[in-house]
Write a protein that binds this ligand. Structure first.
Ligand SMILES: C[S@@+](CC[C@H](N)C(=O)[O-])C[C@H]1O[C@@H](n2cnc3c(N)ncnc32)[C@H](O)[C@@H]1O
Length: 236
C-alpha cells in the first residue's frame, strides 16, 4: 500500500538550485496551510484505487504528472482543459508551489495534487507502477557546465523510474531550449529499452498540438534559443 510522502524523509536526492525563492514569511505559512489540501490520498494500491480516491473514473480520466512545473502555468492550464483527468505536479521550488496553488484556485480546478519533493523519490514513493497515462517535463534546468551535467534531471536512472510508472502506451513529453540538453535527452531516451519515439526513431517531435507558450519559453526565444520537443511512448 502506498502512502503519501510529501515530507522529505532525508532521502539521498540533493536538490540543486533555488528552493525557497523570494517567499515572504506569511507566504511560507500560507503554503504550509494550503499544501495539505493538495496531498495525495492516504492509501491506495494501484491506478484504479488512486483514481477512485481522487474522485475520478479510472476508465475515463487520465492520470498525468508534470515534473518541475515552475510557476504552475501549464499545470493549471492542463487541469482546466481536462477536468476529467487527474494531474499531479511535482516541484521542489516553494515559490513555484505558492504560484501554482494560486493559479489552480483561480482556475477553479479540483483535479490537481501536488508533491513537494525531488522528482525521483516523488515517483518512487507516491506513484503506483504502470499507472500513469503521461508525464510532462518541460524545460528542466539545463545545468550547462560539463561538471554539472550530473545534476541534470534527465538521467538513465530517472528515465527508469518514469518508465516503471507509465502504463504501456503512456507518453513522456519533454521540451528544452538548450540544444546541448536536447541532444543529451534524445540520446538517453532513444537508448532506453522501455521507450519508443512516437514520431520517428532519432527525430525530435514537432511542437505538440496542445501547447501553452509560457513567459519562460518566450524568454528563451528572445535570447535566441529555439525549443526542442520530444515525445516517447512506453513499450508494451
Ligand atoms: C527551468 S524551470 C522550468 C519550469 C516550467 N516547467 C516551465 O516550463 O516554465 C525548471 C523547474 O524544475 C524544478 N526542478 C528542478 N529539479 C527538480 C527535481 N529534481 N524535481 C522536481 N522539480 C525540479 C525547478 O525548481 C524549476 O521550477
Amino acid at each position: 500500500m502506498l502512502t503519501v510522502s510529501n515530507v522529505n524523509r532525508g532521502n539521498p536526492f540533493k536538490v540543486f538550485g533555488r528552493k525557497k525563492g523570494q517567499l515572504k514569511d506569511w507566504e511560507v505559512d500560507w503554503l504550509a496551510e494550503s499544501l495539505p489540501r493538495y496531498r495525495l490520498p492516504e492509501e491506495y494500491s494501484d491506478r484504479a484505487t488512486l483514481m477512485q480516491a481522487l474522485g475520478a473514473d479510472p476508465d475515463q480520466g487520465r492520470l498525468l504528472v508534470e515534473v518541475g512545473f515552475g510557476n504552475g502555468d501549464v499545470l493549471a492550464w492542463l487541469a482546466a482543459r481536462h477536468p476529467v483527468d487527474r494531474l499531479i505536479g511535482i516541484e521542489v521550488f516553494q515559490e513555484g508551489m505558492v504560484s501554482a496553488i494560486k493559479k489552480v484556485e483561480k482556475a477553479g480546478c479540483s483535479n490537481v495534487r501536488l508533491i513537494e519533493d525531488h522528482a525521483q523519490p516523488a515517483f518512487e514513493n507516491n506513484i503506483p507502477d504502470s499507472s500513469l497515462d503521461g508525464v510532462y517535463i518541460h524545460f528542466p534546468d539545463p545545468w550547462r557546465k560539463k561538471r554539472h551535467h550530473k545534476r541534470r534531471l534527465i538521467q538513465h536512472t530517472f528515465l527508469d523510474v518514469v518508465v516503471k510508472k507509465l502504463r504501456p502506451g503512456g507518453f513522456v513529453q519533454l521540451a528544452t531550449d538548450w540544444q546541448d540538453y536536447a541532444l543529451w535527452m534524445i540520446a538517453l531516451t532513444e537508448a532506453h529499452p522501455g521507450l519508443t519515439n512516437a514520431i520517428e526513431k532519432g527525430r525530435f517531435a514537432p511542437r505538440p498540438d496542445e501547447w501553452l507558450e509560457t513567459n519562460f519559453q518566450r524568454r528563451g526565444w528572445r535570447a535566441g534559443r529555439a525549443s526542442h520537443y520530444l515525445l516517447y511512448r512506453k513499450n508494451g
